[in-house]
Write a protein that binds this ligand. Structure first.
Ligand code: ZN
Length: 381
C-alpha cells in the first residue's frame, strides 16, 4: 500500500475500453480519480507526464507455475520459481498460481509461500488448490476447506483431462470437484472455478460437456485451458463457448509447438471471434514457468526452455497488430475477463476505486515503459 499520491497526466486510457485522454490519480494503492486536467493544488504528489502514451490495466494471468513447474522429463527438467521482476517486466500485476503434473515434490505450502513472496514485493498473487490429479491434492484436507480457510486460494486446478499425464478422472469425479469448488466459493465469497488442463487426446471437452449435462454443473464453472493446442480443439472450444462455456488460450506457444500443430494465442483469438465464440468469455494466460523441453529429431532431450510470462503481452499485441482484433477486445482477454471469472472485481480494469495496477506503454512500439503495481510505479528502463 502506497500512501503518497501519483498523478499520471494526459494518458490515452484503455480501461480496457477506450476512455480517451485522461489524467489518472492514484493513492493508497487505488485509482482515486479519472478526469481531464485534475488539479491537486498544493498537495504533494509524484507526477508522470504520459503525454499521449497508452495506459492499460495491469495484466491478470490465470495460470502461472509460481513455484516452478515441469519435471516431466526427470528432475533435470524442473523449472525455477517465478521472480517478481519477471512479472513486473511482463506487465503482469495479478497472478493465479497453480501446481501441474508434479504434486509430489511441489506442495501447496510452497506455492502459497511463493504467492506471498510476490505479494510482499507489491504484486497481487492468488493460488488454486489441486494439481493435474484426482483425487485432488489439497492443503487443509478438502477443496471446500482450502477455499474457505486460505485467503489466497480462489479455485481449483489445473485438473488434467484428455492427457496421458492426468489421472483420467471420470465424469462423476469431475462433477464432484466442480460442486465442491462451487460450495467452497459460495462460503468464502470466491470464484470457486475449476481450471481444466486439456491434453491432446481425442476426448477433448467431452467430459466437461457430459458433466454439465448429467449433473447440475453450469458450464461457467470450468475454465478449460490450452484450447489453442490444435485447430481441432480450438473449433471444439468455440462450439463450447457459443453454448455458455469459457475458454482460455495459452500464450507461451513456441515455434516448435506451432510446427506440431499448436496455434499462437493471438491468431487463435481472431479465429475464435470469426467462429462466433463469445468474446466476453475468452481469456489468455501465459502458463508461465511451465517447462518447454526441446527434443532433437530422434526424440532426445536437448535443452529445457521455460514458458515466458512475457508471452501474455506479446500475444495481446500480436492479436491487435497482426490479426486485426480491436484493441479493447484483445486487451480484455488478459485483464477484464480473467478478473471476471476469478471474481476479482477490483482487478483488470481502470476505474475509480479499482486497484492501481496499471501499464504505461509507448503506442508505436507497444513496449511497456512503466508497470504500476498496487500504486507503486516500476520503470522498465
Ligand atoms: Zn496445463
Amino acid at each position: 500500500m502506497n500512501a503518497h499520491l501519483l498523478l499520471i497526466r494526459d494518458a490515452e486510457v484503455f480501461a480496457p475500453q477506450s476512455l480517451g485522454r485522461c489524467d489518472v490519480l492514484v493513492g493508497a494503492g487505488r485509482v482515486l480519480a479519472i478526469g481531464r486536467d485534475l488539479q491537486l493544488g498544493s498537495l504533494a504528489h509524484e507526477r508522470i507526464d504520459a503525454a499521449g502514451r497508452w495506459l492499460w490495466p495491469g495484466y491478470v494471468d490465470s495460470l502461472v507455475h509460481l513455484s516452478g513447474g515441469g519435471g516431466e522429463g526427470g528432475f533435470a527438467t524442473r523449472t525455477l520459481p517465478l521472480a517478481a521482476s519477471a512479472a513486473l517486466g511482463a506487465g503482469v500485476t495479478t497472478l493465479v498460481g497453480a501446481l501441474g503434473t508434479d504434486d509430489v515434490t511441489r506442495s501447496h505450502a510452497d506455492l502459497l509461500a511463493c504467492a506471498r513472496a510476490l505479494q510482499a514485493q507489491g504484486l497481487s498473487a492468488y493460488t488454486l488448490t489441486g494439481s493435474y490429479h484426482v483425487p485432488v491434492t489439497t492443503l487443509t484436507g478438502s477443496i471446500r476447506s482450502d477455499l474457505v480457510l486460505i485467503p489466497e486460494m480462489i479455485g481449483v486446478g489445473e485438473i488434467a483431462i484428455a492427457d496421458r499425464r492426468g489421472a483420467q478422472p471420470s465424469v462423476d469425479e469431475l462433477a464432484r470437484i466442480a460442486a465442491d469448488a462451487n460450495v467452497g466459493g459460495l462460503l468464502a465469497g470466491k470464484a470457486g472455478v475449476v481450471l481444466v488442463h486439456l491434453g491432446d487426446e481425442d476426448a477433448a471437452l467431452s467430459p466437461l460437456i457430459e458433466a454439465s449435462a448429467r449433473h447440475a454443473v453450469a458450464r461457467s464453472r470450468w475454465l478449460p485451458t490450452h484450447i489453442n493446442r490444435s485447430r481441432r480443439l480450438l473449433d471444439r472450444g468455440c462450439a463450447w463457448s457459443r453454448e455458455g462455456g469459457w475458454i482460455d488460450l495459452t500464450t507461451s506457444t513456441t515455434e516448435a509447438l506451432v510446427a506440431a500443430g499448436d496455434l499462437y494465442a493471438g491468431e487463435s483469438l481472431a479465429i475464435a471471434l470469426r467462429l462466433g465464440a463469445a468474446a466476453e468469455r475468452i481469456t489468455m494466460s501465459s502458463d508461465g514457468q511451465a517447462s518447454l523441453p526441446l527434443f532433437d529429431a530422434a526424440g532426445h532431450f536437448v535443452e529445457l526452455g521455460v514458458a515466458p510470462i512475457g508471452s501474455l503481452h506479446e500475444e495481446v499485441v500480436q492479436a491487435i497488430d497482426r490479426h486485426g482484433v480491436p484493441l479493447g477486445t484483445a486487451l480484455a482477454t488478459a485483464t477484464l475477463h480473467p478478473a471476471t471469472i476469478w471474481r476479482l472485481p477490483h482487478k483488470g480494469r481502470i476505474a475509480v476505486g479499482a486497484d492501481a495496477d496499471l501499464l504505461l506503454l509507448d503506442p508505436a512500439s507497444k513496449a511497456i515503459a512503466v508497470t504500476v503495481a498496487g500504486g507503486r510505479p516500476h520503470p522498465m528502463h
